[in-house]
Design a protein around this ligand. Sequence first.
Ligand code: KG4
Ligand code: ZN
Length: 337
Amino acid sequence: MLVLGIESSCDETAAALVEDGHVVLSNVVASQVETHSSFGGVVPELASREHLRNIGFVVRKAFGDAGKNYDRIDGIAVTQGPGLIGSLLVGLSYAKAMAFALKKPLAPVNHIEGHIYSAFIEHPGIAYPLLALVVSGGHTSLIVSPEPERYRLIARTRDDAAGEALDKLAKFLGLGYPGGPVIDRLAGRGDPRSFHFSIPKISDGTLDFSFSGFKTAALRHIQQAGIKTCRSPKKVPQKVLDLVASYQQAIVDTLVAQTRKAARQHFPQSILLVGGVACNSLLRRTFTEAFEEKVYYPSPILTTDNAAMIAAAGTPKLRRGAAADLHLNAFAELPLC
Ligand code: KG4
Ligand code: ZN
């Protein structure tokens, strides 16, 4: 089954052609980083306009790269939410128009489910039940899936997402946007034991996350150590390297500790590490040490937002005939469970 995936929930316009849910024939991502970087974060109105500008080209390129004609696809999968509503509507409207013109079925996909399926593209044999840590700029959740397409949310963040916490500190220190990859790179040259961050305890017995305390602690360290905003990303003082290394370590320790507790309670066969922050080298290394052969994570191109994961998640829905009609709408908030 050949599926066209379309993704536009945040600041990446993406289209991909995927065969049978895991053979990626093309995977095109138009990033808007340059548009948003001077603002230090995504500006929703600019994001929608960029999606409008890019979507036609991105879809055409996905067909061109795959060497397929439009009429060869068996269906279309599109992100329905969660995300920025104006951005989502661009991809969704384009997908509806294509489904109508080509007379092909259309499957709505939850962006979080897309991230979970991103791990299946390179590892189609992942065993259930699975536990997924979905960790990105917008989400930090632990999800148990006893079988395909059934999900239970067992933990979420009470405040910031882990990626948001990384992006905010980088912005504050003048290190650029998005901050996650910059911190990942710089942290290797810092000492993760130099600044103390206490791991928050949530006392109601849930496995929920909280990252805003780290941000407050980082601001205190910045004041006490007299750290100044960096003028050039090329000349970063040692104190800043030590601070970002300690901050990243605290976030990784929290993510691993909560996932470990969840694994002890739910006995998963597989543990998935997905979403943009799953690119983080320390997080990958620590997960692999903690959970060994049970861990699966996608290659970086499939880890950050992309449309191959949306096509992969849409494939089982299209196979069982669960197509939407053209009244389909997008939702900024769209629970998976
Ligand atoms: O999944 P994604 O592309 O978009 C959302 O759904 O949010 O994730 C983007 C997030 C950003 O916060 C970015 O800073 C973070 O992923 N990120 C990283 C790395 N690469 C991207 N965080 C830490 N280390 C990285 N190498
Ligand atoms: Zn995402």
